[in-house]
Write a protein that binds this ligand. Structure first.
Ligand SMILES: [Zn+2]
Length: 400
């Protein structure tokens, strides 16, 4: 194995996997120096749909899909049935994780009961059973509620992870409020609905001293205000996803595979996000892996459910379209896929790695996914980098 190609910051988390060569031979492949060993990816924003929506995804299929993508740790959002908003509901989810997950799955707990924004959940009762608190899928509309949540989270030394969306600015939109929406008769979601609430929360985080993490930023204004907040010492981190970095609304198609929340915005937003990634404003690259049934995604841009899958394609896409053209370095990609999320969320890196042939090209075909979800705007994209093996805690969890 060519260990010189492993990220140079390995010492930081003491990444020193014991690579079992027989696993590669067992996969029917000759051991070859063309393999690159990469530390296990971490995605702090996935939807694995169980309990409650196992027709969309299960802990078993979601974690298998993650292993296929080279992930060994993910944090699962609490918008389940029941919502993970009490110690009992979390225990129900944890039981499925313990039984079915092939990688490390860390559950989030909801900030408010039922993620309704009306009553604070029992944060203290859930603190030692969850990775952090989030009402992902919904913005917490009440400033008072968010302040109380941050004060409580601060006292528990937990992170508030916020999906920022001001409902009063939505006006029934479902794609970005930009050129495409205007010229194709669609209702748009303005960028202000995102950054207004981030701005509010950053003030609250400054006031309460709470650790604050912003979900899936999509707009250039969001990058700017988070950059400023970091400079002024607010304890904030944030994330974005490959689709916000690689796509813009000039590429939109009349297909539910292009619908997610927040929406793909315009070219200037995309460029600002890449700049934010480069200068360290954006800490984590997540997928917001959000599977739905084929039927739920077959109703065009207006009628389909929000959300796309992405955990099986994130690394090859980022490697092919950001690293190979020299837009970001491989070291940066490792920071945002491995080290930053693990450091921020306190997720240990054990004997967790994947083994890639970075030169092997393939075409993204949703029929090949292990996820039950198939909706991706990247179907048909040519990528470089194929995963041959994922090992989590020393055990093989994916083999080609
Ligand atoms: Zn969200």
């Amino acid at each position: 194995m060519d260990k010189s190609r492993i990220d140079s910051k390995k010492e930081r988390l003491e990444f020193s996997p014991t690579v079992d060569i027989t696993l590669l031979q067992g996969a029917g492949n000759d051991y070859s120096s063309q393999y690159t060993i990469i530390p296990g990816f971490t995605d702090v924003h996935v939807h694995f749909r169980e309990p409650g929506f196992s027709y969309k995804e299960t802990i078993a299929t979601g974690s298998a899909a993650a292993a296929h993508g080279g992930y060994t740790a993910v944090c699962a959002m609490p918008n389940l049935k029941p919502v993970a908003d009490s110690p009992e509901h979390l225990a129900e989810e944890q039981e499925i994780i313990d039984r079915d997950a092939c990688i490390n799955v860390y559950p989030y707990a909801a900030i408010t009961i039922g993620q309704k924004g009306e009553e604070l959940a029992d944060l203290a009762g859930m603190a030692d059973k969850c990775i952090a608190f989030s009402d992902d899928g919904h913005g917490v509309q009440s400033e008072e509620m968010m302040k109380e949540a941050m004060r409580t989270a601060k006292s528990l030394d937990k992170i508030i992870v916020a999906h920022c969306e001001d409902n009063s600015l939505l006006r029934g939109g479902y794609i970005h409020e930009g050129t495409y929406a205007a010229s194709h008769g669609h209702r748009g979601i303005c960028s202000e609905s995102e950054w207004r609430q981030i701005e509010r929360d950053l003030n609250l985080a400054a006031e309460t001293g709470c650790k604050y993490h912003v979900c899936h930023i999509s707009a250039k204004e969001s990058v700017d205000i988070i950059r400023q907040a970091k400079k002024s010492g607010v304890d904030v981190t944030c994330e974005t996803a490959p689709h916000y970095l690689l796509l813009d609304d000039s590429m939109l198609e009349e297909d539910g595979s292009w619908k997610m929340n927040p929406p793909i915005r315009d070219k200037s937003d995309r460029e600002a996000l890449i700049e934010g990634l480069t200068d360290g404003t954006i800490d984590c690259l997540i997928t917001d892996h959000a599977p739905h049934s084929a039927e739920e995604k077959a109703k065009g841009l207006a009628g389909s459910a929000f959300g796309i899958v992405g955990i099986e394609t994130a690394f090859p896409l980022a490697y092919t379209y950001l690293v190979l053209p020299g837009i970001i370095t491989m070291e940066k990609l490792m920071d945002v896929l491995v080290y930053n999320p693990r450091t921020r969320f306190g997720i240990p890196l054990g004997n967790d790695y994947s083994v890639w042939n970075l030169e092997e090209e393939w075409t993204i075909n949703p029929a090949d996914f292990l996820s039950l979800g198939r909706a991706t705007p990247f179907a048909g994209w040519r990528v470089s980098g194929r995963n041959y093996l994922t090992v989590c805690g020393g055990k093989p969890v994916y083999q080609i």
